[in-house]
Design a protein around this ligand. Structure first.
Ligand code: PMV
Length: 342
């Protein structure tokens, strides 16, 4: 069923939405279908609060092609991915004309902070509303997944699981909420150790890993058990159990990728030093653990009472350029205005 399309004063179809990045605690690495972006394993993540992407979409009847502005600039490669994502929405709505898209992140793009997750979640959310498509959150999660795997999880807030699914068409590879952010309001400190764009993107990294890493089958075979442990830890709000399974999953994913040929080394010296610092804090009784994605930034997840101590410890590590700090937040949502300039 379609809802009434959103129109602005000039009668165009537009809407603006916000979504936040998520960070996987039990990692996704590997695709079982490249075209549909289907994962070989399920994953569990937390959606962040104060880092965001805000995206406005305006469909313009009669317009050929899309016009895209990202953080106030044009970016050809990203514009292509955005058009492909809008094509999925256009197909659902049965329209053929182009759109204007303006999107802004309040955090560094393409530096291992999951900007594509928040970006495509916000785009699907805004685009669907602009076209009057009445999509459930599950349907939005499936569409966001087609555009960027981890974006499936940013449709939801708090603690989220993304199922790998079994169907060939991917309609069961959908994210679902496990627990609200307020039910267990952990904090996250992000140590920025480099602002350079990563050298090997996740799609290429996953392909190389699947083709050459001798640990690929062990990774797939052990994931179900890890997901079960993390689910139980989240349900029980058991910090120590979540810390242990999260560091294990992170290091296992990197071990898998390190064993590819040529090996994928996403860390720099400061990333490793931050890991030692987090473990030293935990040994002193501070409730904190680390996780690292396909980039050099380290994310330290901690109890709210520990955040200042964790930030100070990470700031102290040579090579750490900045430390961001956020709580856990909600999923994708509409912004009050239909157009937010970016
Ligand atoms: O969805 P992508 O292509 O950004 O891949 C994400 C891969 C990791 O961040 C390393 C793990 C994850 O589950 O988010």
């Amino acid at each position: 069923m379609n809802r009434k399309p959103s129109t602005d004063a000039s009668g165009e179809l537009c809407a603006a939405s916000q979504a936040q990045p998520n960070i996987a605690l039990v990692k996704y690495w590997g695709k079982r279908d490249l075209a549909l972006n289907l994962p070989v394993v399920g994953s569990i993540s937390i959606t962040l609060e104060s880092l965001w992407t805000r995206t406005s979409v305006r469909f313009v009847p009669g317009q050929q092609g899309d016009r895209v502005s990202l953080n106030g600039r044009s970016d050809e490669a990203e514009a292509k991915r955005i058009s492909k994502c809008l094509d999925l929405l256009r197909k659902r709505a049965g329209v053929g004309y182009g759109a204007e898209v303006a999107s802004r992140n309040n955090f560094p793009t393409a530096a291992g902070l999951a900007s594509s997750a928040s970006g495509f979640a916000a785009l699907v959310h805004a685009g669907a509303r602009a076209l009057g498509l009445d999509l459930s959150l599950e349907e939005q999660s499936v569409l966001a997944r087609r555009c960027s795997g981890s974006a499936a999880r940013s449709i939801f807030g708090g603690y989220v699981e993304w199922a790998h699914g079994r169907l060939a068409d991917g309609t069961d590879s959908v994210a679902m909420p496990l627990l609200d952010a307020e039910a267990w309001p952990l904090r996250v400190a992000v140590a920025i150790t480099s602002t350079a764009a990563k050298q090997v993107g996740s799609t290429e990294g996953m392909r190389r890993t699947a083709e050459t890493s001798p640990y690929q089958s062990a990774w797939i075979d052990t994931q179900e058990a890890d997901l079960g442990v993390a689910r139980d830890a989240i349900r029980a709000r058991d910090f120590d159990a979540l810390a242990s399974i999260s560091e294990y999953s992170c290091l296992k994913m990197h071990a898998l990728a390190l064993a590819a040929q040529p090996g994928l080394l996403y860390w720099n010296g400061a990333t490793v030093e931050c890991m030692h610092r987090v473990r030293a804090l935990r040994q002193q009784g501070v409730p904190v653990f680390f996780t690292v994605d396909a980039g050099p930034q380290l994310k330290a997840v901690c109890a709210p009472s520990a955040i200042e101590q964790v930030k100070a410890a990470l700031r102290d590590v040579p090579g750490v350029l900045d430390v961001l700090d956020t709580g856990l937040g909600e999923g994708a949502r509409a912004l009050a205005s239909d157009w937010v300039d970016a």
